[in-house]
Design a protein around this ligand. Structure first.
Ligand SMILES: [Zn+2]
Length: 441
């Protein structure tokens, strides 16, 4: 990201969820026909997902499981939500329901390491576990085989054109009619990517429409640039090809450009990379007068669409480590920044780097005191909750510096890249980087 906000990751995804979502993902699922899409209550699904996330944070696993299950019952086909239901049922001591949702997640295209997920440990002794793992492995293998070629990556911009069609119809109509128009012309025609994006990033249909009505100049001003996003496809493919040469194991998920309500520039789910076009397509012509301070910084710094996509695809390649410490989270983001800049040739957050370089020793002193704890809020995903005069999310800077140092020190560069992407032991990367020693002399 680099822009402090656009980073999907930076904003709202709880880390446990983020890591899991890094996993890879897949194919779609079911018949996304217009008629079946229209019968899904996206607002109800979104509300249930929020309840599920809150309950799991409070360790109310049965409540969480039922909330995620209710989201699926609303008709969505999001593999990660089905998987979250399975995890919660497993932790709540209900293996039968856990299997039902795990099976559903696999069929919908969930990507991730089932056997390494501690939440599913209680299922390992159940009779169907082995068969389910084998089914998942077969599907993963088929998915990887179908997504190895960067030139064949599927990049979807249909949601962006649908959005503008709905917008054009709406602006000549009374405000009270907008929600129906957007439901009919945008949400009900959604790609699988927009469905995932809705249930994780859009607050509700009504809130979405209110945001558009609150920011008429902003949205009108990004119209041409967002419709032109498709022009970045050749450079995105070049970036992906570069990744392939550095990291031959890479796979290339589907990429969906959608339009959101300024809550997230990008994220990755089992369905693919989901990019909030309204945040990443802002340019010199964008009208920002209506935006708050955080929104302004979030859209204002997003200058490189291929750079954003590069960061996000690295998340897609990364493996969940199960390590909840600040150090692991910062290295996860740092590796995505470092490698993303390497493959795209774009650095995403010069503000962060400028500040970081002039305060590097003091940042390291503070970070190293907190890095083995699990509290992230001083360093990552801060939104506008950062001290005045200090850029948000300096954990990205520290993480990137450690990854850079590790790479520079490594004799075998290709191996170092693999170790950074597939990071299994954050402490080992830190020790191998020699970064801490720079400040101990
Ligand atoms: Zn990230």
């Amino acid at each position: 990201m680099y822009t402090p906000a656009w980073l999907a990751c930076k904003m709202e995804i709880p880390v446990h969820m983020h890591c899991r979502m890094l996993a890879m993902a897949l194919v779609v699922c079911g018949p996304f026909s217009a008629s079946s899409l229209a019968t899904v209550d996206l607002d109800a699904a979104r509300k249930s997902v929020v309840e599920g996330e809150k309950a799991v944070e409070e360790k109310r696993f049965a409540d969480s499981a039922h909330a995620y299950a209710a989201a699926m019952d609303a008709g969505i086909q999001c593999p990660d939500i089905a998987y979250s239901a399975a995890e919660a049922f497993s932790r709540a001591g209900d293996p039968k329901s856990a299997f039902k949702y795990l099976s559903m997640a696999i069929d919908l295209g969930f990507h991730g390491d089932l056997s390494g997920d501690a939440d599913l440990q209680p299922l390992h002794s159940e009779p169907f576990w082995k068969e389910l793992v084998q089914r998942h492995e077969r599907r993963e293998k088929a998915y990887r085989a179908a997504h190895r070629n960067p030139d064949k990556v599927h990049i979807s911009t249909s949601d962006v054109s649908n959005f503008w069609h709905a917008y054009d119809l709406s602006v000549t109509r009374p405000a009270a009619e907008w929600q129906d128009i957007f439901r009919q012309e945008y949400f009900n025609k959604r790609s699988p990517g927009l469905e995932d994006y809705f249930v994780t990033k859009i607050r509700s249909e009504a809130d979405f429409v209110r945001t558009l009505q609150r920011l008429p100049k902003f949205y009108a001003s990004i119209r041409d640039d967002s419709l032109a996003l498709v022009g970045n496809v050749p450079e995105i493919k070049r970036t992906f090809r570069h990744l392939k040469t550095l990291y031959p194991q890479a796979i290339f998920p589907d990429v969906y450009f959608v339009v959101g309500e300024l809550t997230s520039g990008g994220t990755s789910t089992s369905t693919g990379l989901l990019l909030g076009s309204e945040m990443i397509s802002a340019g010199p012509r964008t009208s920002v007068d209506e935006l708050g301070a955080w929104e302004k910084s979030a859209v204002g710094l997003s200058s490189s669409v291929p750079g954003v996509v590069a960061h996000e695809i690295l998340h897609f390649e990364q493996l969940p480590s199960g390590d909840n410490r600040l150090l692991a989270a910062a290295l996860t983001e740092g590796a995505a920044d470092f490698m993303g800049a390497m493959i795209s040739g774009k650095s995403l957050d010069d503000t962060l780097r400028t500040y970081g370089d002039s305060h590097e020793a003091e940042l390291w002193r503070s970070f190293s005191q907190e890095m083995n704890g699990t509290k992230l809020s001083h360093w990552l995903y801060q939104g506008d909750q950062h001290p005045p005069g200090v850029p948000a999310d300096l954990g990205y800077y520290v993480g990137r510096k450690i990854c850079e140092a590790y790479y520079q020190r490594a004799k075998d560069k290709k191996r170092a890249i693999r170790e950074l992407v597939e990071m299994r032991d954050a402490t080992k990367i830190l020790q191998g980087s020699g970064y801490a020693e720079r400040f101990s002399r």
